[in-house]
Design a protein around this ligand. Sequence first.
Ligand SMILES: Cc1cc2nc3c(=O)[nH]c(=O)nc-3n(C[C@H](O)[C@H](O)[C@H](O)COP(=O)(O)OP(=O)(O)OC[C@H]3O[C@@H](n4cnc5c(N)ncnc54)[C@H](O)[C@@H]3O)c2cc1C
Length: 433
Amino acid sequence: MTEVADVVVVGGGIAGLITARELGRDGVGVTVLEARDRLGGRVWTDRRLGRDLEMGGTWLHWVQPHVWAEVTRYGLAVTRAPRPEEAYWLAGDEVRRGTLDGFMELIDPGMRRLLSETMRWIPRPDAPVSAPGLESVDGFSLQDRLSGLDLSVEEYSANEAAWVGHFNAPLEDGAFTSALRWTAATAGSWHLMHEASAVFRLAAGTRSLVEAIAGDTDADIRTRTEVRRIEHDSAGAVLTTTAGDRIRARRVVLTLPQNLIGELDVDPGLCAEKRAASKEKTASKGVKVWIRVRGPIEPFFAYSSAAHPLSVARTEFVGDDDAVLVSFGADARRISPHDADAVRAALRVWRDDLDVLEVTGHDWMADPYSRETWLMHRPHQLTRYLTAQQRPEGVLHFAGSDYADIWAGFIDGAVESGLRVAREIRTGLGTAH
Ligand SMILES: Cc1cc2nc3c(=O)[nH]c(=O)nc-3n(C[C@H](O)[C@H](O)[C@H](O)COP(=O)(O)OP(=O)(O)OC[C@H]3O[C@@H](n4cnc5c(N)ncnc54)[C@H](O)[C@@H]3O)c2cc1C
């Protein structure tokens, strides 16, 4: 027997939950089908190493308008890690030790030159492909542009490591325009961009955001329900789950990440641009590792370079007897978040006085329901695909942070996209008021 629903949302991450909440307010019956046994998707607060740790998305900021509205709406408390005074970085084979402010001064000239034309190319981050001639710049990788600055070895590796932290990818894979988009979202200030992407987090974890949104909708939310196939025509769509259940819907919202969406069996098939982007994959393919070390230690920040398995590390929790560091590397294949020996060796590039007790993380690249970390485009993907990725196809609509305008790849982008798609559907179903 085939069930019937007004709207089916595929995916119970932030984008899917926001879409469901918004449509529910208009009286639209929504069913959310989530493949995993939990909601949240790429945000996931889990109890590990004796603390509530974020396996995925973590930091947010008041310059991120959509997610901050959620923080305000639900009264969620925001906190930050202790500010690191000490910083480590590399100059060739030598380790330099200084202050975080000293490191910021070191990278400032490179950052300014790299990003000097931000507002020329992305004058309106809410309309990221509107600048005439953007295609010409979209062909550059970040590596192309960084190498062209002729920085000293020390400045180069410091800038490179900072960007590997942002891109979660080798810089030759990442589009220069992605760096411009992030910076345009903070009106050209790289300092603010840096703060927006890596400092403040929810005190009770992203779990508190997921629970607040899910608890604020009457949608029929089903976990452990993977969608395998979608057949659609102008009258509606029929979804088939892996278990063989069928649901007919007037509208469907797909929230699958870019790397996955092309693998879904959709008939008639998705447009060429959506499929091509999915096949090419995002640039991001890195790793996030949580590391518990013996304490007490002073809060610190460390940057190496793209050549190292871990390019960035810093203290996120500092206790009396231990501390927990968060670290990122450009390529998940080069280091496992579960390999304590490899992590120990990677940290030694900066300091050999850290006693690594335990490590953990989640391999998002191997996860069948994400296959990516956070969206960073490859060269050309912004101008070739974004507009088509956002475009509805008949009764199918597309939400997801990967397809957002302003903070694409962030939790904010997931919220933005859910609001956009709910509006599209509301208009189409004639429920607008
Ligand atoms: C390691 C890491 C660190 C990050 N750090 C930050 C950060 O600090 N700040 C920030 O703002 N963002 C960060 N992000 C990005 C942020 O988490 C994501 O952009 C955002 O959560 C994506 O939400 P979404 O709803 O668009 O997609 P997703 O969360 O990926 O949701 C898609 C959902 O669809 C489900 N699904 C997939 N296939 C199927 C199927 N066939 N049937 C049914 N369900 C399916 C998935 O299980 C998932 O729940 C990070 C991400 C990662 C991985």
